[in-house]
Design a binder for this molecule. Sequence first.
Ligand code: RUB
Length: 318
Amino acid sequence: MDGKGSGPIERTADDILSMRVRGAGRIGRAASRALGELASDYDRGNLGNLSYDLMEAASALLSTRPTAVSLRNAIILTLSGMVSLDDPEELREDVFKRSRDFVSHSEDFVSIIGRKGAALIPDDATVLTHCNSSAALSAIYEGFRLGKVRRVINTETRPWRQGHITSRWLARNGVPVTMIVDSAVNHIMKDVDIVMVGADTITRCGDLINKIGTSQIALSAGENSVSFHTCAETYKFSPTAYAGADVTIEDRGPEEVADPLKVEDMEGVDLRNPVFDVTPARFIDSMITERGPISQEEIGILMDEIFPHGLIDHFSWL
Ligand code: RUB
């Protein structure tokens, strides 16, 4: 594809598939960075196949994880010069520049979300989070720095246990943290003041797709009158999916659910491993983006701004 055997695209696709790179923001940045590297390393004396190779690379990257719209959006925004640029040298430079901008802006967005999200945290709060979201953690860290966060409760997050990463990060940064198993959420909700989670995708009607178990947390929060917020950079909003039902939920292998050595012992058992779920918009109190909290009504306007007319259609091959 990039003529180098194990080039940036293959390496990045493998990192995402194997979960060495995970989390919607990191996945989007890694894909954009890989496309930028492919363009900048491309043989300048032989640019005839650049467009074709970029398209192949985009498809290979996109196939790694179906649920995170950040991946598709990062690819489209990085390659958007393909819509108008015919000159391959200009395209090469454009992809490299857009990749650099996407990565640096998306890192800035996480810090900005931290400040905007922290503003919603009440004083002396116990915050519950799920999985391992850089955006949600940014708000929690900032809330702690401001003296508003007393303690974080975070779920273990089966089957990959990304919550262990969250607990370690928080503890290392001096934030008091309690880790619970996922099924303890409803029991512990009476001790929680606010829930903050990340997002893999938010649809046009405001449904949230995030790590499996998020929807149960939202249900429990609603039942206990605890506010529920998602922290999401605007490139995690889907320009095409209207509702959660329009988003493909990734199913991973049964060995992640059962002990890999004992999968054979589970003969006759249907092991399923859906790794994301849909939290309906009505359970979500706010969607905190780098532009501040945005309402359901604003999503359409935002999408039209980020993805100008015709851009998504141009990438219908993806
Ligand atoms: C990670 C996950 C995170 C979102 C947001 O799932 O669900 O909540 O991706 O993360 P996985 P961030 O570990 O399966 O990728 O805010 O860092 O983008």
